[in-house]
Ligand binder design. Structure first.
Ligand code: ZN
Length: 319
């Protein structure tokens, strides 16, 4: 915003400023749908591109509503990066609305998604045929879009983004591939660290409650059972029956790791914790990074923060 209003000033009045901005203005524009993809682009392309992230820090991308100025940002972009698997479908609508015809990289292309119960989870209590019919609709399977929560998939994202950036910026392809390769090596080391941290928690203690089903890939990769009152999208309201079932499970199994997420509404989780008699431990970063300077300002910091919160909470020490 601020940059745009500065550029709107007549450049004759600000010759120094205009010169200072000449170089970044010439760098190609890359538009990422949400903050985690933006960080991956930044790691791979650095200052060789201008980066615009549409759904920023702490923003819930599931229910995101782009503004007309977001669609305008696509004009002149060299590359658009989106997650896919139904997470950021609004990005496709923006691409169409802006008449953008350039390259679009879908970070989850080539990943076999986990399938989850869909969000049409509205049990009817009308009884009879209607009830059976609604129940079968409720168990519809949809792909889980949160693949970035497994670092091996994160490495796949990085490789795909690097290939798309190299194609869009052939002159910089060597530097892009080198940056991607050293970043992937760091993510592999982080993956090993996450495994070692979680291996130190007894298997029977590895149960965590979060607001929505954002950690299915994390749980499958690192051996934790995540339970959530809300499904794979934050757009569906959790049912009273699902919340009551979770409360019984928390009590019966002595689950101590109950977490809020950084985006979205904490009300259901806070009520669940109160009724189950457990303490909310803190905040996990699920679908968005923190603000710069926060505890999860990058994709790597997000894993370090989440694991640092999860491990002591699963062990069940004092909150
Ligand atoms: Zn989500």
């Amino acid at each position: 915003m601020q940059r745009r209003s500065l550029l709107a000033l007549p450049t004759l009045l600000l010759p120094g400023l205009a010169r200072a901005q000449a170089t970044p203005q010439e760098a190609p524009l890359v538009v990422a749908s949400f903050s985690i993809l933006g960080d991956l682009v930044r790691e791979v392309a650095g200052s060789q591109v201008r980066l615009r992230t549409i759904a920023g820090p702490n923003v819930d991308a599931h229910s995101f509503q782009p503004r007309p100025s977001d669609a305008e940002a696509l004009r002149g972009a060299a590359l658009v990066v989106r997650n896919g698997l139904g997470f950021d479908g609004w990005m496709d609508r923006m691409v169409r609305a802006a008449g953008y015809r350039g390259a679009v990289a879908t970070a989850t292309d080539g990943i076999t998604p986990r399938m989850m119960a869909g969000h049409a989870h509205n049990h009817s209590h009308g009884g009879g045929a209607e009830r059976r019919q609604n129940h079968s609709v409720g168990s519809r399977q949809v792909p889980d879009p949160h693949a970035w929560q497994d670092l091996r998939h994160g490495i796949h994202y990085v490789r795909g983004i690097a290939a798309a950036l190299a194609a869009a910026l052939p002159a910089q392809s060597g530097a892009i591939q080198a940056a991607a390769s050293s970043y992937a090596t760091r993510l592999e080391a982080l993956d090993g660290w996450v495994r070692a941290q979680i291996a130190a928690v007894p298997e029977a203690r590895r149960k965590v409650i979060t607001s929505h089903d954002a950690f299915g890939y994390f749980g499958a990769a690192y051996g934790i059972t995540f339970l959530a009152p809300q499904g794979v999208s934050t757009e569906a309201e959790p049912s009273a029956g699902d919340v009551a079932r979770l409360i019984r499970q928390v009590r019966a199994e002595g689950i101590t790791a109950v977490f809020l997420e950084n985006m979205g509404n904490p009300a259901t989780l806070e009520r669940l914790a109160r009724e189950a008699g457990v303490t909310v431990r803190g905040r996990l970063y699920a679908d968005a990074l923190s603000e710069p300077g926060g505890p999860a300002a990058s994709y790597e910091a997000m894993f370090r923060h989440n694991v640092g919160q999860l491990v002591p909470a699963m062990r069940g020490g004092a909150a």
